[in-house]
Structure formats: structure tokens, C-alpha cells
Design a protein. Structure first.
Lengths: 117, 121
């Protein structure tokens, strides 16, 4: 079974600084997708960024970028120029086709990020 | 465009009761998935429906059931509620459910609704 591990339960960063959230996963599949979702206190789960495993280039979305190391099964999220609105729970998630036919997302336990003024 | 909507936003039930949660996907989305998020944990997959058929089921008891309607909206039903069923229930929709393409399989992004907070007393 696939597993996703986020080893940092909580992190904090000063506004305008850069922070990196860690994620590792375990799978024997070669074709899969990885995601970072953000869940603010309002509870709405919002997609931050996605990465296709077959792409070697790391995904970027404005201030958000990932460091995808396929051999190491590592998928970290870097947030540059942190803003107060980035305060939220961040979840790393994995999906692959061969999971009984469904495209379920497997989530880590999350990292609580606090951006301080 | 409206995002994924869920109703109700909050619900309080007692043990042994039954509950129905509802989800309307983003317009044009045909796949709906349900997740349970216990406080302090990541979401756990319950069901996926695509084109009104069950595509996948997570490790949940038979007290949990779901269905998808012709308009692609979905209901999650939980019978004989237990205290441990207290959680945030999230619905997610996507355009397709895993299409075979150039890279053999393409996964559409799942977009989440605001969730239903269920409290079982």
C-alpha cells in the first residue's frame, strides 16, 4: 500500500522569508501524481501544486515550487516570500491508477505552517 | 463558476442515527470522491463515483454507502452512527477519472468542497 509521510507536524516562518515543507512517499508504481494541498482554518482544501511523476522538471506556481526527487521518493514544497495568508495546514498527497481501479488520493498527516508578521 | 458545494455545513446527530450528506460537483465534472477527515489527520478516502458507477471504495464499514445521480451530484449515507464517525466529510470532484492518454494514464486534479462537519453525540 502506498504511504505518504510528512515528518514536520508544525513549522513557522517570518513573513517574506522562505520555508520548505518535507514529504516522502512509498510506492512501487512508476506512473503516479503528487500534490500539495493547503487547508486554511476555513477548512476548504485548496490545490497548491501538482507534479506528474513522468516529468523530470519540477513544477512551479508563482511563489510555490517543488523539489521532486523520484529516486529518493521525496517531494518537498518551497514557499518563497511567505505571506500571512499562507498560514494553513499543508497536506502532501499521492495517487496512482493501480489502486483497485480508483484514483483515490492518499494523504500525509499534514504540516501546520504559521507565518508570523 | 461555482465550486464544489456541500450540504449541510454542520450536523449534530446521536449514536445509532442515520445521516445523509450531499455534494454538488463543479459543472461538467463527472467524478465525485468522498473523504473523511478526523481532527488532526489527513483525509481518508471513502468512495469514488464516476458516471454514476462506484469506481473505488476505501477501508470503511458497510454502514457507509454512497450514490451518484444523473446530474453527477452525490450523496454519502452513514447508518448506525458511532462516536468515531465524528469528522469533517469532504467531497471532491474532477473532470474525468483517469483517462488513458499519451502517458498511458492522465489524472485530473480533484477539487474539494468546504466539507460537512459531523458531530455524533
Amino acid at each position: 500500500a502506498q504511504t505518504v509521510t510528512q515528518s514536520q507536524p508544525e513549522m513557522s516562518v517570518q513573513e517574506a522569508e522562505t520555508v520548505t515543507l518535507s514529504c516522502t512517499y512509498d510506492t512501487s508504481e512508476s506512473n503516479y501524481y503528487l500534490f500539495w494541498y493547503k487547508q486554511p482554518p476555513s477548512r476548504q482544501m485548496i490545490l497548491v501544486i501538482r507534479q506528474e511523476a513522468y516529468k523530470q522538471q519540477n513544477a512551479t506556481e508563482n511563489r510555490f515550487s517543488v523539489n521532486f526527487q523520484k529516486a529518493a521518493k521525496s517531494f518537498s514544497l518551497k514557499i518563497s516570500d511567505s505571506q500571512l495568508g499562507d498560514t494553513a495546514m499543508y497536506f502532501c498527497a499521492f495517487t496512482s491508477l493501480t489502486q483497485g481501479g480508483s484514483e483515490k488520493l492518499v494523504f500525509g498527516k499534514g504540516t501546520k505552517l504559521t507565518v508570523n508578521p | 463558476d461555482a465550486g464544489v458545494t456541500q450540504s449541510p455545513t454542520h450536523l449534530i446527530k446521536t449514536r445509532g442515527q442515520h445521516v445523509t450528506l450531499r455534494c454538488s460537483p463543479i459543472s461538467g465534472h463527472k467524478s465525485v470522491s468522498w473523504y473523511q477527515q478526523v481532527l488532526g489527520q489527513g483525509p481518508q478516502f471513502i468512495f469514488q463515483y464516476y458516471e454514476k458507477e462506484e469506481r473505488g471504495r476505501g477501508n470503511f464499514p458497510d454502514r457507509f454507502s454512497a450514490r451518484q445521480f444523473p446530474n453527477y451530484s452525490s450523496e454519502l449515507n452513514v447508518n448506525a452512527l458511532l462516536l468515531g464517525d465524528s469528522a469533517l466529510y469532504l467531497c471532491a470532484s474532477s473532470l474525468l477519472a483517469g483517462e488513458r492518454g499519451f502517458q498511458d494514464w492522465y489524472q485530473e486534479t480533484q477539487y474539494f468542497g468546504p466539507g460537512t462537519r459531523l458531530l455524533v453525540l
